[in-house]
Design a binder for this molecule. Structure first.
Ligand SMILES: [Fe+2]
Ligand SMILES: [Fe+2]
Length: 278
């Protein structure tokens, strides 16, 4: 399986029904129906090709992964991530995947965008930090704006330069789809911002249906009927992401992520419809 991050809780969750004041409360993911759908999602994902982005840029992605694991400044940023403040479905596994892919996109595109070669390393690190911190205020309203302010505070405490702080804060502020962006007249800053956006939107591919969806359902105790009612609308929203990628790399490889996700999503929807009819 090519997905690197799996929430360990998902493998060990046990059936848990608790009767309180006459109501039955349950963990949604304990429902056999959801377990079946999740298995279907993983089975179908296993039959689909790995997104070409990971095939084409294996070495660059490995480098981003290694930097994410070993760089000292990045490790210090990680200590500010409070998992309880990250929405479960946008937890550390999500932030690390975004950080890795954003770093890779910067390395892929920096030269083409005419970035001074001596600045590439610092932009690479900045994009990884932006990925790690981008959902730090995920539970709050306007989480992109609130997150950029929090990142600015953290990076100041870590002694980062004004320029790096601005790049990272701007990128976090710009990472939501279908929102106005705040762009400075600075190609290097825009690269960090665009790379973060695209890396975040890659997550709407297979990962959304093998991992994120089930974390959401579990956290919100979503009844299957409610999931069924909202499913088609959500799928339309995901489809629209295809036209929003901002880097050349994102435009080239992003739609494939989305299409692979939609293939899995359609199968889940069909199975859910049939299970609810029974
Ligand atoms: Fe976000
Ligand atoms: Fe995110």
């Amino acid at each position: 399986m090519w997905l690197r991050c799996v929430n360990p809780k998902m493998r060990t969750r046990k059936l848990s029904l608790t009767r309180l004041s006459g109501y039955v409360y349950y963990n949604s993911m304990s429902l056999p129906l959801y377990q079946k759908l999740r298995e279907t999602a993983h089975r179908i994902a296993g039959t689909l090709p790995k997104p070409a982005f990971y095939e084409s840029y294996e070495a660059v992605i490995r480098r981003a992964d290694e930097t994410l694991a070993t760089d000292e400044t990045i490790s210090r940023c990680r200590t500010y991530l409070d998992e309880s403040q990250l929405e479960c479905a946008h937890g550390l596994y999500h932030c690390e995947a975004v950080a890795r892919d954003a770093g890779a996109i910067v390395l892929i595109e920096a030269r083409e965008r005419g970035v001074d070669p001596s600045r590439i390393e610092s932009l690479f690190t900045s994009s990884i930090i932006a990925g790690l911190l981008h959902d730090i205020k995920r539970k709050e309203q306007d989480h992109a704006v609130r997150g950029s302010m929090e990142a600015e505070r953290i990076l100041t405490a870590l002694g980062m330069s004004l320029r790096e702080r601005q790049y990272i804060a701007d990128a976090i502020r710009n990472h939501e789809a279908f929102q106005e962006t705040f762009d400075r007249d600075d190609a290097a800053g825009r690269l960090v911002s665009d790379a973060l956006y695209d890396a975040d939107k890659f997550r709407w591919g297979p990962e959304n249906f093998t991992t994120t969806l089930w974390l959401m359902v579990d956290a919100r105790n979503t009844p299957p009927e409610a999931l069924h009612r909202m499913f088609r609308e959500k799928m339309k929203g995901i489809e629209k992401i295809k036209d929003t990628f901002r880097t050349e790399t994102g435009k080239r490889y992003g739609p494939e992520f989305i299409n692979l996700g939609i293939t899995i999503g359609n199968a889940i929807y069909d199975e859910l419809s049939s299970l609810l009819r029974q």
